[in-house]
Design a protein around this ligand. Structure first.
Ligand code: 13P
Length: 252
């Protein structure tokens, strides 16, 4: 059966000391009361190595928010998938709408990143989702399909088992506007159906598909109750232990 997951995406928040303090606190809370789902925190690069050393990886797994589209060499300022892996991280977020929009990451670039991440033993949380204009034009299914085809559907079924999908409607990110649970379920079911078309039912049933976009403790139980919603990718509400724990507890 596919895994239930609550993953945090800290984005560009927390200096080193604040990030270490947050991870330490979360580790204490979740060691004392074991979560009923897989918990992942995805942090800025600078936090990875120190956070990796203080968390119990059997309870909290660690991810980066990005990695380079090149393996190594003269690419000033970039951080490779191999470097991410060497910190002790298990995951990397790729395809986030903020990277696509502000840093011009195209499907081709993302495909390179996905391949390098997997080649270096990282699992990928691959983000897809439509803009408000695309939703209003009823293009959301075509958008998510093209995003999957552009960057992950070239993978073998075996490689694809290392991909977690995060559906994040851009209009719901950081806006306080969540997709209704029915809206989210409808597109999650569609995403699972196109994974089934490509890789067969078994792979589709084993793929975790997370919802992201203004997910919080108050709406997580309703969202997570839907059959094709396997958890959440959490931005703002992952920055405080109590808020994040509230979402994790939605699986209890
Ligand atoms: P918010 O939870 O802040 O809306 O962000 C969602 C997100 O982008 C997670 O990757």
């Amino acid at each position: 059966m596919r895994k239930k997951i609550v993953a945090g995406n800290w984005k560009m928040n927390k200096n080193l000391q604040e990030g270490v303090a947050l991870a330490t606190e979360l580790n204490q809370v979740l060691t004392a009361e074991k979560p009923n789902c897989k918990v992942i925190i995805c942090t800025p690069f600078i936090h990875l190595a120190p956070v990796s050393n203080i968390i119990d990886h059997s309870i909290i797994e660690l991810g980066a928010e990005n990695c380079a589209d090149k393996a190594s060499g003269a690419f000033t300022g970039e951080v490779s998938a191999e470097m991410v892996k060497s910190t002790g991280a298990e995951y990397v977020i790729l395809g986030h709408s903020e990277r696509r929009e502000y840093y011009n990451e195209t499907p081709e670039i993302l495909k390179e990143k996905v391949d390098l991440a997997l080649a270096n033993g990282l699992k990928v949380i691959f983000c897809i989702g439509e803009s408000l204009a695309q939703r209003e034009a009823n293009e959301q299914n075509a958008v998510v399909k093209a995003e999957l085809e552009g960057s992950v559907f070239h993978l073998s079924a075996e490689a694809f088992s290392n991909i977690v999908i995060a559906y994040e409607p851009i209009w719901a990110i950081g806006t306080g506007k969540t997709a209704t649970s029915d809206q989210a379920e409808e597109i999650h079911a569609y995403i699972r159906s196109i994974i089934a078309e490509k890789y067969g039912n078994d792979v589709a049933e084993n793929t975790s598909i997370l919802y992201g976009g203004s997910c919080k403790a108050s709406n997580a139980p309703e969202l997570f109750s839907k059959k094709d919603i396997d958890g959440g990718l959490i931005g703002g509400a992952s920055l405080k232990t109590a808020d994040f724990k509230g979402i994790i507890d939605a699986w209890k």
